[in-house]
Design a protein around this ligand. Sequence first.
Ligand code: HEM
Length: 332
Amino acid sequence: MDLQLATEYPPPNEAEHIESLIRHLRAKMERDYAKTRMLRDAHPKMHGCVRGEFRILPDLPQELRVGLFKQSGVYPVWVRFSNQNGTVTPDSKPDIRGVALKLMGVEGEELVQGGPDEKTHDFILISDSRFVTKDVAEFDGLVTSLTGGQVQLIWYFLTHLRVLRNLLWSLRRFSNPLAIRYFSVAPYLFGKKAVKYSLTPRDPIEIPAPKNPSENFLREAMVSQLGSSDAVFDFAVQFQIDPYKMPIEDPGITWDESLSPFRKVASLTIPKQVFDTPDRREFGDNLSFNPWRCLPEHRPLGGISRARRIVYQALSQFRHENNQISPKEPAA
Ligand code: HEM
């Protein structure tokens, strides 16, 4: 098949795998949170939900002035740092770490629509440059095998060696969530082109890994850094320039930065602050992020994101209903 840039190629049976994913993940949440407040299915453990400023750089060249990045300006943002593991575990366990940004005051009609006065725009990134699986079928197979017993799981990995490699590679230890480089992994439209996103700490403060780490040492590292100094990140986009080496339908492949380097379009400043309070924890837990909560110029691309559109909405709704909370997007 001849592949084109910024073009999607949905495989048959994707919808069935999305349904199956929702069924399995819902059942897991019901089991895990039968007696307690329901947390997210993925990334349930939050290190901190902090406020910041997302600044679109002035004087961007014409090809970078697209959608949200058309005009320079500053958006207030909530930033939620998390561990990926489906259960809340000590931070010393190797894991994928996540960061989710919710910009406020963004004008324009988002793809996921809330009420008329909801003006939020989300970006979701993780600590690795590739996803574990290539598509929804492979991810559904992994989720099914994880709940199907040891023999099934070993067979799945023996027949999906790249998933095993990507998974082992991405499960890592870190000492400070504010010093990690994050990637969108999944591609997004950027006007008529396709890009991936990255968020790179500027002058990261590497806090040495504690000798006897407490369960929540990543939160403690954030409290320590933000108690005395700001954290600044560069937000950048990487253009797809080759549809084979930089595929849209396989987020399990890193787009080579020597082929197409990331280009800065914005900065994220998290000012010095006190954030670790019970109210803020509850606020962060009750937020919902969705890669589809974005302007149409930045629509997510590829099968994993087509699945996320349905899965995130269904499971966030399920979580909020269980907790008897009506979800509401925050305002600036
Ligand atoms: C089919 C594949 C995927 C499924 C089924 C899935 C599922 C989920 C679910 C159910 C949530 C919780 C949603 C909520 O209750 O509000 C979530 C959160 C999250 N996911 Fe995914 N995910 C997938 C792919 C990805 C990818 C490719 C990334 C890479 C950036 C990612 C990063 C995250 C992060 C960082 C969060 C936490 C957001 C927050 O702080 O609330 N996920 N995911």
